[in-house]
Design a protein around this ligand. Structure first.
Ligand code: GAL
Length: 803
């Protein structure tokens, strides 16, 4: 028996039930299948109704019509787990996905198909998109995964934010989006199709909104529901960037404003961001971590207070679900910034209110007469059940804060013993490649992205005249990284800001006779966004490359005979694979092998006991890629340090958010820690292989686990303080407790002007030794009898430990 999914402007209607839907993005290839059940459960516990994911074409069809749906690419299994948990799926097929994913999710073989143009009215492209989309839809149909078949998929998306980039594609763009709509509708999946950021979405496709705030959005058909497909809970990170974060208060504000203004569907992008394993990160320069400051952190731990605050928000809005989806609403304003929105059900006469204050600086106190008096902090929304009782305010956080710590708990892992092997370069340094061309090739079209690396080599003959002195080599490259060698000697390296094009210029020494110029160009994630982004060249692509001598005598080498080689010899020999790595002789680490460019390092380590997530501290390393037991955990670049400016310890949640507003981790590596999923580990010892491209030291590299450390709670008089170690650990110590008017924040609380002396004792009695505890905060409990109007609050800081 299938479910009937329909909608009107007030609700998503499932089997006649009028619903508002909370959804969260979890991209299945950004975690492992072993992690899925836990992530899904935590999403459910957080009050979500649905999980949203893209489908990742490049991973499923790495070679044309050779498909892979194994392991963490088994999206059918992912959907089934979501269904088992009682949640819905929003399936965003794309198959263009953006998503900070390599090449926006397009497989690279598409790029080289004769006559192809991506994302436009082009038959070659449309055929491939149709073939892949049909395959995905049919797989879902065969597994009965559409709601119409009794499955979890309630909505499906075609394309992604095409409206944002459509204008430059002209009429062909318009024709393409119409074709997308017709193709989607022709699949007869029995559930609605959506397009995001597509204000001209052909009917009956619902156009939806992505952004930090979508309250002022309205769909292009008044009968369509107002949907927020991407509420960005934080932001992604690039190599060289600081850590962007977005406060729980502001995310909650955005969601509450959306529902206040008639929204019926909100999806968090991301709910769990996860990890860009292997070479899947988009670009250029997207980091391996895709944490996104999401409610579930990269490792799958609850990011508190965000997770808990949003959980309370969901249950508060759900209190009004019947009224929001059945009623009419009216607004009443108080001054320029405060709005009371009253939803009422004409039949039952029930009411549900939102009271918002969009002023970025001034708090407000609003007197609703018989309905009470409300304190609405600046930039916040109060949710008022029955229009009489405040159940939630987006700026008043009652959820606990959790601070995770990294620990090293295996004696054997304290000092890892490393061996190393040089990347064999005798062929390329001698100018020997595998094919030749009389031009400078575009990189991704040449490598088809089978590797980050492409060697460009040529010979330069000199006859011993004066021009051979004071020569400068100038390479104009489209990026992303360049290393240069002349006559087997290293000359220098360079990369552009954010992976942009740059000019490399270095004096070189040429000898009389034949000189060999060897250039190694590396990509760091292929571009994933913008009109025609797919055609943006990478690598040296036409250069030009010049030799500039005394008196500006210039030789253009661009149409020399260039020899090419794709990839590294170590990649070809699979040095990262524990089986094949045995065929190479490895040397013990010595002074000369530290800080060495183009070097492979290998060690073994013991699997940390327990179930805490595992992470690799890459402090000291330069740039490269890391493999555990042959599986890539991604690129690393810890030597890329984030700028030292504009970091704020705290971030004012008030006022419109943008990704540069709240950043942390100033002056530190953009990414120092790299997730090692437990399912990549063996029961006992593991092989870790690193390829180091620019020089670093593995001596400080270590394997650690991530465990809950300090937790803090905060509750006002009359409410309940809840604390939990969120797992197997127990509260072992109350480090601070104060009932009164305490100051400061988690990690640095201080007593205020008054408090009850033995606050901590009471907490110890209730909480010590427990996995979780709760305290109903009242003056009475703290021995102050029936004292009223104390406006006191309780704050607690506790430590979680193993039993
Ligand atoms: C959106 C896009 C997503 C993601 C996001 C930024 O524009 O649809 O896929 O790229 O931006 O994280």
């Amino acid at each position: 028996m299938g479910d009937n999914v329909s909608y009107d402007s007030n609700a998503i209607i499932i089997n006649g039930e009028r619903r508002v839907i909370f959804s969260g993005s979890i991209h299945y290839p950004r975690s492992t299948d072993a992690m899925w059940p836990d992530l899904i459960q935590k999403a459910k516990d957080g009050g979500l109704d649905a999980i949203e994911t893209y489908i990742f074409w490049d991973r499923h069809e790495p070679q044309r019509q050779k498909y892979d749906f194994s392991g963490h690419l088994n999206f059918i299994k992912f959907f089934q787990l979501v269904q088992d948990a009682g949640l819905y799926i929003v399936m965003r097929i794309g198959p263009y996905v953006c998503a900070e994913w390599n090449y926006g999710g397009f497989p690279l073989w598409l790029h080289n198909m004769p006559g192809i143009q991506l994302r436009t009215d082009n038959q070659v492209y449309k055929n491939e998109m149709l073939t892949f989309t049909t395959k995905i839809v049919n797989m879902c149909k065969q597994a009965n995964l559409f709601a119409s078949q009794g499955g979890p998929i309630i909505l499906a998306q075609i394309e992604n934010e095409y409206g944002n980039v459509m204008t430059p594609y002209g009429n062909a763009g318009k024709a393409y989006i119409n074709w997308c709509a017709q193709m989607a509708e022709s699949f007869n999946i029995g559930v609605p199709w959506i397009m995001c950021q597509q204000s001209d979405a052909p009917q009956p496709i619902i156009n939806t909104c992505n952004g930090f705030y979508c309250d002022s959005f309205s769909p292009n058909n008044p009968k369509s529901p107002k949907m927020f497909t991407e509420n960005w809970v934080g932001w992604f990170k690039k190599w060289g960037d600081k850590d962007p974060y977005r406060s729980a208060e502001d995310v909650a504000f955005s969601v509450a404003r959306f529902f206040q203004s008639g929204g019926v569907f909100n999806n968090y992008y991301m709910y769990h961001g996860g990890t860009n394993f292997g070479r899947t990160s988009g670009g250029p320069f997207i980091t391996t971590s895709y944490d996104y400051n999401a409610p579930l952190d990269e490792y799958g731990n609850l990011n508190q207070p965000k997770w808990g605050h949003l959980k309370q928000l969901h249950s508060s809005i759900k209190l009004g679900e019947k009224i929001l989806t059945n009623g009419t609403h009216s607004n009443k304003t108080f001054g320029s910034f405060v709005t009371l929105t009253k939803f009422s059900n004409p039949t039952t006469k029930e009411r549900f209110c939102f009271l918002s204050n969009t002023d970025g600086t001034n708090d407000a106190t609003i007197d609703l007469q018989a309905d009470g008096k409300y304190f609405v902090p600046a930039w916040s929304v109060s949710i008022i059940d029955g229009c009489k009782k405040e159940v939630f305010n987006t700026a008043k956080i009652n959820s606990q804060t959790s601070i995770f710590v990294k620990v090293q708990n295996e004696k054997e892992n304290v000092k890892l013993s490393w061996v190393w092997a040089p990347e064999a370069m005798s062929d390329t340094l001698q100018g020997k490649g595998t094919f030749k061309e009389n031009l400078l090739l575009e990189q991704k079209g040449t490598t088809i992205d089978s590797s980050d690396y492409l060697w460009y080599m040529t010979n330069v003959e000199t006859n011993g005249t004066s021009s051979i002195h004071n020569v400068t080599l100038q390479v104009n490259t489209k990026g992303h990284v360049l290393h240069a060698f002349v006559n087997t000697r290293y000359i220098g390296s360079q990369w552009g800001n954010n992976g942009q094009s740059f000019v490399f210029e270095k004096p070189i020494l040429l000898k009389a006779g034949t000189n060999i110029i060897t250039l190694l160009s590396a990509t760091v994630g292929l571009k994933n966004y913008d009109a025609f982004y797919d055609t943006l060249p990478t690598g040296i692509d036409g250069g030009p490359i010049y030799l500039i001598g005394d008196g500006n005598v210039t030789t253009n080498l661009s149409s020399n005979l260039w020899s090419y080689k794709v990839g590294l010899n170590g990649e070809i020999k699979q040095l990262y694979n524990p089986v094949f790595s045995q065929e190479t002789s490895w040397n013990t680490l010595n002074k000369n092998s530290i800080g060495r460019r183009m070097t492979w390092y290998k060690t073994s380590f013991k699997t940390p006991s327990g179930i805490d997530p595992v992470t690799l501290d890459m402090q000291g390393m330069g740039k490269g890629e890391a493999w555990i037991n042959g599986q890539s955990i991604g690129r690393f670049w810890p030597s890329f340090i984030a700028g030292n400016d504009n970091c704020s310890e705290t971030c004012d949640y008030r006022g419109a958010y943008d990704p540069s507003k709240c950043v942390g981790n100033c002056g530190n590596p953009s990414q120092r820690w790299y997730h090692i999923p437990r399912s990549f580990l063996s029961n006992n010892t593991n092989t870790l292989v690193l390829f180091e491209e620019i020089g670093g030291s593995p001596q400080q590299v270590s394997v650690q686990t991530i465990t809950i450390g300090t937790i803090c709670g905060n509750a006002n008089e009359g409410s309940t303080l809840e604390l939990s170690c969120q797992g197997e650990y127990i509260i072992s110590e109350i480090q601070f407790a104060s009932y009164g008017n305490p100051k400061g924040k988690c990690g640095s609380f201080k007593q205020g002007s008054w408090d009850v002396t033995n606050s901590a004792l009471l907490l110890e009695k209730t909480c010590k030794g427990m996995k979780s505890c709760s305290v109903d905060v009242s003056a009475k409990l703290f021995g102050l009898g029936d004292a009223v109007n104390l406006s006191a609050r309780l704050v607690v800081q506790a430590l979680c430990s193993k039993k």
